[in-house]
Design a protein around this ligand. Structure first.
Ligand code: ASP
Ligand code: MG
Length: 402
């Protein structure tokens, strides 16, 4: 007998038929004698619809406290409906809001962090052999106000319960059947992974392969919670995410593309100490995430600096830097949003030379020019023209995993 935490996303409970499908999956495990705690998100597009309703009342944005009060209602609906479906199928279930389940958070409305989950009530209900259904994405701050955890936060709710209750596994059900070596809709030869490490999963997620919410993976790593990503529609094993993963023959685990990227080039900067400091300090003050940075060799007393930022922060970055024109004294500043970042990820590359070269060769064979490169222990990223994104992913994927 195990303690299993299961999380179902909004699309898995979008209508009555799907709610019953989920209820049946839960009951299967319950009837095998397992203790089951379930976390659900709001049905379908409910959260977006609620945001729209708030906009109708105040287009300029309502207070964050009231937004949380509103958005948390979406999950209140889905937990009750799921508990009703389980009862209808003849099993005992009880639904709990975040605060009833013991979710204590900080007070950053809209993006609150979980401080702890006491889970007393959950344990109590489990001991009565109830199936416990918990509202994801929400908690309570020290002033007894409802908070929400940020979009996609239900994954984190599930991991937090699993960590606090020392569950045997935390299963995250989605509309894909696992984590793939590339986007299977774009790369037909993409393979489903049996296992992936937390670090690899974090890299892939941050590179746009959005299967799990990043914060949930960080939390799973911190508390060593074993995750499984699996399909809510088909009954078959998914992908396990855990600390160490057996080495396979392949050096890389997956290829991802990130389109949310732009480059900013500052040309003709003075080649003196402190210039880079001034630029990146300014960007830091605006909370702009800089990724790849390239500085040219100084020539005739001037140098150029090019770097990447998330596309949605690009114009803020440009504005901040243009405001420094007098202090910095550069010739031109321009942003290019027609680029994408393509990356390979794999813990295996750490101890194997030649991985980057093999990637560059695949791109060369496909006739794709590289603008910028960056590497870490388990990742190599290149910046290329956006129009070649899919071609590049396929070429690189086939070179390593084809
Ligand atoms: N319902 C919330 C959202 O749509 C939380 C979640 O889905 O995890 O962001
Ligand atoms: Mg949702």
């Amino acid at each position: 007998m195990s303690l299993i935490v299961k999380k179902f996303g909004g699309s898995s409970v979008a209508n009555a038929e799907r709610v019953f499908n989920v209820a049946n999956r839960i009951i299967d495990d319950y009837k095998k004698g397992n203790d089951v705690v379930v976390v659900v998100s709001a049905q379908g597009d409910t959260t977006d619809d609620l945001i729209e309703k708030a906009r109708e009342i105040n287009p300029n944005g309502s207070s964050k406290r009231e937004m949380d009060m509103l958005l948390s209602a979406g999950e209140q609906i889905s937990i009750a409906l799921l508990a009703m479906a389980i009862e209808k199928l003849g099993c005992p279930a009880v639904s709990l809001l975040g605060w009833q389940a013991g979710f204590e958070t900080d007070s950053h409305h809209g993006i609150a962090r979980i401080k702890k989950v006491t889970a007393e009530r959950i344990k109590n209900e489990i001991s009565k052999r109830n199936i416990v259904i918990v509202a994801g994405f929400q908690g309570l701050n020290k002033y007894d106000d409802i908070t929400t955890l940020g979009r996609g936060g239900s994954d984190t709710s599930a991991v937090a319960i699993a960590a606090s209750m020392k569950a045997d596994i935390c299963q995250i059900y989605t509309d894909v059947d696992g984590v793939y070596s590339a986007d299977p809709r774009k790369v037909p030869t993409a393979i489903k992974m049996d296992e992936i490490s937390y670090d690899e999963m974090l890299e892939l997620a941050s590179l746009g392969a959005q299967v799990l919410n990043n914060r949930s993976v960080e939390m799973a790593k911190k508390y060593n919670v074993e995750l499984e990503v699996l399909s809510s529609l088909e009954v078959k094993p998914g992908t396990i995410v855990k600390e160490t993963v057996k080495m396979e023959k392949t050096l890389i685990r997956g290829v991802a593309k990130d389109s949310n990227v732009a480059t900013i080039s500052i040309v003709g900067l003075e080649d003196t100490p402190g210039v880079a400091f001034k630029i990146f300090n300014k960007l830091a003050q605006h909370k702009i995430n800089v990724d790849i940075i390239l500085q040219s060799v100084g020539r005739d007393g001037t140098k150029d600096i090019t770097f990447t930022v998330p596309l949605d922060q690009g114009s803020v970055a440009v504005k901040a830097l243009e405001g420094m024109k007098d202090a910095l004294d550069f010739k031109t500043l321009k942003m290019d949003d027609s680029v994408v970042k393509v990356s390979i990820v794999g813990a295996g590359m750490e101890s194997h030379p030649g991985v980057a070269a093999k990637m560059f060769e695949a791109l060369y064979d496909a006739g794709i020019n590289i603008h910028m490169i960056s590497t870490s222990e388990i990742k190599v990223s290149v910046l290329i023209d956006g129009k070649y994104a899919d071609k590049a992913v396929t070429a690189v994927h086939d070179a390593f995993l084809g």
